[in-house]
Write a protein that binds this ligand. Structure first.
Ligand SMILES: Cc1cc2nc3c(=O)[nH]c(=O)nc-3n(C[C@H](O)[C@H](O)[C@H](O)COP(=O)(O)OP(=O)(O)OC[C@H]3O[C@@H](n4cnc5c(N)ncnc54)[C@H](O)[C@@H]3O)c2cc1C
Length: 545
């Protein structure tokens, strides 16, 4: 029977980063992955559409990883293993139906000038927003990187109180709760500024009318200016390979096609896992599960082991909207419409939307079970950063559609597509993708004629690619406030220490939620390597000279 210090269930970014960090700290770890490849949502596929085209099947953009504590600690080692990040001074923009466009740039001066061009005073508003946010950036970023149910979480609250006083803290908390709509419309005059920022709330799993989406908009606006839109040269597979290399070179294992079907509890402590093959893998210190609460408390443990209250709450855990990916190989670089076509052609993420109300409407339609009439098209252009992803002179489009129903489709808001019984059949998937590509063609004019091949993933296909993405929810569970921050994953089992000794819960379903920031993996690595009370006391003893 194999035995390790720590056993990880699932090989997504949180597991791989934590496993690499623990390996460097001298732990012997084993990462078990049910798919044939490791990486979870990071999956680089050569030739997905056509030979010579390298696509990111799911996650593509790495600003959360390059801004993370895990990267800060692993950077030198990753550099040595050939992980090279490519970046830009023009991370994102929005293309509007009238042919106009607006952009977020990589410097304060450029953003002030950009916003000012759309409405007098909006440049100064950006400047005030950025400087105001940065004055308390440690608190805002701290909220998204601290184990909130811990001494560190309490410490963050105390720092905020000391710095801001009671009134100031109350004001900051109020601002944090505001919606994107309320925040953008009370901050910027121009509709272009609203339409530039509002689509970004989709990338946090929220909609522009939900609580905390205003705070998340500010976090993202500042992060885009500071961090750009980095991608690894050659694709996310380079990062996955390097992290696996760190684990393996330290004597650990990363095993694929290894589905964990049970966490074994003995004497109230998680001590091992059993694979679907029947094999048992022992963990002397920790079992770290990167799964949904539904899987952890409903399948991998019995309700007796975690407690009935936790099992009941996990059964009620909510999943968010579904998502569709469209991958296109193009025979030529993009020809965007309008006076800012050249800037659009070198922007890695362009949102195509009528603006704030367009995003709001599409989110609302999806939440009512409908295919949106005019979805927000997230049009990714990886070749703008890494031209070698396509043969010379050709191009790749990575489209994300984050406004689709959770579960069965009840109808089409445009009244055009017959949704049948509401399941994601090939016919429904391709009909919806046709609508999106036709609309994209109004802004990115050569999409129809220059398309060589296209591959579409429906929400059902996305769940098939990664079992944690239930119903095609790419964020591992609704990020509404009652299921986020202090309450993620469950009010009955918040944070990462599961209610069974030796068992830790990480991944997108846990704080600080989805994305490639490896935040939950890093928090658990810190907790596992924290010196014990005895070690800390012994370290304080005077040494004999
Ligand atoms: C289409 C898409 C696009 C995205 N784009 C971006 C982006 O560009 N930038 C960004 O920052 N974020 C993006 N995200 C979000 C981000 O990728 C995820 O939130 C993040 O990768 C989740 O990481 P994780 O550590 O939770 O594990 P995951 O990546 O979810 O991996 C979990 C792994 O666990 C495995 N597993 C589950 N159960 C078991 C079991 N019982 N036994 C063994 N293995 C098991 C699964 O097979 C899976 O491989 C995107 C997500 C998707 C789906």
């Amino acid at each position: 029977m194999a035995s390790h210090d720590a056993v990880f269930v699932g090989a997504g970014i949180n597991s791989l980063a934590a496993a690499a960090l623990l390996s460097r700290a001298g732990w012997n770890v084993c990462v078990l992955e049910r798919e044939e490849v490791a990486g979870g949502c990071i999956r680089t596929v050569d030739g997905l559409t056509a030979p010579g085209f390298t696509h990111e099947l799911m996650a593509s953009w790495h600003p959360l990883f390059t801004g993370s504590a895990a990267y800060a600690e692993l950077k030198d080692e990753l550099d040595r293993r050939g992980v090279e990040y490519l970046n830009t001074d023009l991370p994102t923009g929005t293309a509007f139906p009238d042919g106009s466009a607006a952009f977020v740039w990589g410097s304060l001066e450029q953003n002030v000038a950009e916003l000012e061009r759309h409405a007098a005073g909006d440049g100064a508003a950006w400047d005030a927003m950025f400087n105001g946010f940065m004055a308390n950036a440690d608190l805002s970023f701290g909220l998204l990187s601290t184990e909130l149910w811990s001494g560190a979480g309490l410490g963050l609250g105390r720092t905020a109180l000391r710095r801001l006083g009671r009134r100031g803290l109350l004001e900051l908390m109020g601002t944090t709760l505001a919606s994107c709509r309320d925040w953008v419309s009370s901050t910027f005059a121009s509709e272009q500024a609203h339409g530039l920022l509002a689509p970004w709330v989709l990338h946090t799993g929220l909609g522009p009318d939900q609580a905390t989406s205003g705070f998340m908009t500010q976090v993202i606006a500042c992060a885009l200016q500071l961090g750009g839109m980095p991608v690894p040269r050659g694709g996310g597979v380079k990062l996955v390979d390097a992290l696996m290399g760190i684990v393996r070179d330290a004597g650990g294992e990363v095993r694929t096609s290894a589905e964990v079907e049970r966490i074994l509890v003995s004497g109230g402590r998680a001590t091992a896992v059993r694979l679907a093959s029947g094999e048992t893998v022992q963990a002397s210190q920790a079992v770290v599960a990167s799964v949904t609460p539904t899987a952890l408390y409903g399948r991998l443990l019995s309700s007796g082991e975690a407690g009935a209250a936790v099992a009941d709450a996990a059964a009620r855990y909510r999943y968010g909207r579904g998502e569709m990916q469209i991958h296109i190989a193009m025979d030529a670089p993009p020809r965007w419409r309008g006076s800012r076509a050249d800037e659009l052609a070198r922007t890695p993420i362009v949102h195509v939307t009528p603006g704030l109300d367009g995003v709001s409407r599409a989110v609302n339609e999806a939440e009512r079970g409908l295919l949106p009439a005019e979805a927000t098209i997230v049009c990714g252009q990886p070749c703008a950063l890494d031209p070698a992803r396509a043969p010379a002179g050709k191009w790749i489009i990575w489209i994300q559609l984050q406004e689709l129903p959770a579960g069965r489709v009840k109808g089409d808001a445009a009244g055009e597509i017959d949704v049948g019984d509401g399941s994601w059949t090939e016919t429904l998937r391709e009909a919806y993708a046709d609508r999106i590509v036709a609309r994209l063609g109004e802004s990115l004019q050569n999409v129809p004629e220059d398309t060589i091949a296209r591959v579409v993933l429906s929400p059902a296909d996305i769940e098939r690619a990664n079992v944690n993405l239930v119903g095609g929810d790419i964020y591992g569970g609704s990020c509404a406030l009652d299921q986020n921050l202090l309450w993620r994953p469950l009010a009955q089992a918040p944070g990462h220490r599961a209610p069974v000794a030796g068992l830790w819960h990480i991944g997108a379903s846990t704080h600080p939620g989805p994305g490639l920031g490896a935040g939950s993996g890093y928090l658990v690595y810190q907790e596992l390597t924290r010196p014990t009370l005895t070690q800390r006391a012994l370290a304080k003893l005077p040494t004999r000279s």
